[in-house]
Ligand binder design. Structure first.
Ligand code: AMP
Length: 291
């Protein structure tokens, strides 16, 4: 596929609120020439999201960004209601980047009365984050499958911050013969190394300082590996102790093969180290490639 450079200019994106309107638009642009790039988000945009939009702008002729806080991927008791939302600011940022379409449906648009269909990628969805969030990936897979049908993109841009999500969705795309290819983009971090996340806004200043323990623990694994330690259990102990000392609570630390997400017996270059940690009530995730 040839990459087309698209000049970035400040046009007001077309805001699309209904599934029918977006289906009509995608049917039309699919008949035209050019590559459609898609960036699915839950809004409350930060530089991590914007890096995906810029990557889409570089490679594609038209860019669609969705903003949808998907109830289907939050379990009861999780932070669906507290999830930050700021549509006007999101729209300003997307206008500056010259996005063509902002698809922002309501939950009722996406899950109409009588909705009953769910998509599950077995196996991969039960590992890592799936252990403590057993229905999360079924919600993600279902909404992404719907969005791919509605938006009909050639390329979908996703961040490595949600590493497991990319692996699960690659499986979904291959298994269900979707035509879209995922473009994987690197994690964007704050100056001090914290992975950017919409949920970071919910940390108070003291929690914000403690939140660094996740990134630090992952870096400790890298340093220990450089010093000859390759045993996952021993590394997990060191990392968990660091998080506890910082006042955080470990959900998991795992060292996995990046394609299968299966735990490795010994670390090697290319192993993916992933972690999830609670700081106060906020659950943060991060990962790195062992080098
Ligand atoms: P979300 O709005 O959290 O559903 O994320 C939408 C997309 O942005 C997903 O593909 C995420 O992986 C990506 N993303 C979120 N945070 C970051 C980050 N710090 N760096 C790169 N991509 C990110």
């Amino acid at each position: 596929m040839s990459a087309v450079c698209r000049s970035v200019r400040a046009v007001t994106p077309r805001i699309v609120k209904t599934v029918d309107e977006m289906l009509g638009l995608s049917a039309r642009y699919s008949l035209e020439r050019g590559i459609t790039g898609f960036v699915p988000t839950m809004g409350s945009l930060h530089e991590g999201h914007l890096s995906l939009v810029r990557a889409a702008g570089e490679l594609c002729d038209r860019v669609v960004v969705s903003i949808f806080v998907n109830p289907g991927q939050f379990a009861p008791g999780e932070d669906l209601d507290a999830y930050p939302r700021d549509f006007d600011r999101d729209l300003e940022l997307l206008t500056e980047l010259g996005v063509n379409y902002v698809f922002a449906p309501s939950p009722e648009q996406m899950y109409q009365w009588g909705y009953q269909t769910w998509i599950e990628v077995e196996g991969l969805s039960q590992l890592l984050c799936g252990k403590s969030r057993p229905t999360h990936f079924r919600g993600v897979c279902t909404v992404v499958a719907k969005l791919l049908n509605i938006v009909a993109p050639s390329l979908m841009f996703m961040g490595e911050k949600d590493f497991q999500q990319i692996v699960v969705l690659r499986r979904l795309i291959e298994d269900l013969n979707f035509r879209t290819r995922i473009i994987r983009c690197p994690i964007v971090r704050e100056e001090d190394g914290l992975a950017m996340s919409s949920r970071n806004q919910r940390l108070d200043p003291e929690e914000r300082a403690r939140a660094l323990c996740l990134r630090q623990a992952l870096q400790m694994a890298q340093t220990a590996f450089e010093n000859g330690m390759a045993n996952p259990a021993r590394l997990r102990n060191i990392m968990s102790e660091h998080v506890r000392n910082c006042g955080g609570r470990v959900d998991y630390f795992e060292f996995v093969d990046p394609a299968s997400l299966q735990g490795v017996e010994h670390l090697e270059p290319g192993t993916r180290a992933l972690g999830a940690v609670f700081v106060g009530k906020i659950r943060l995730i991060d990962n790195l490639e062992i080098q």
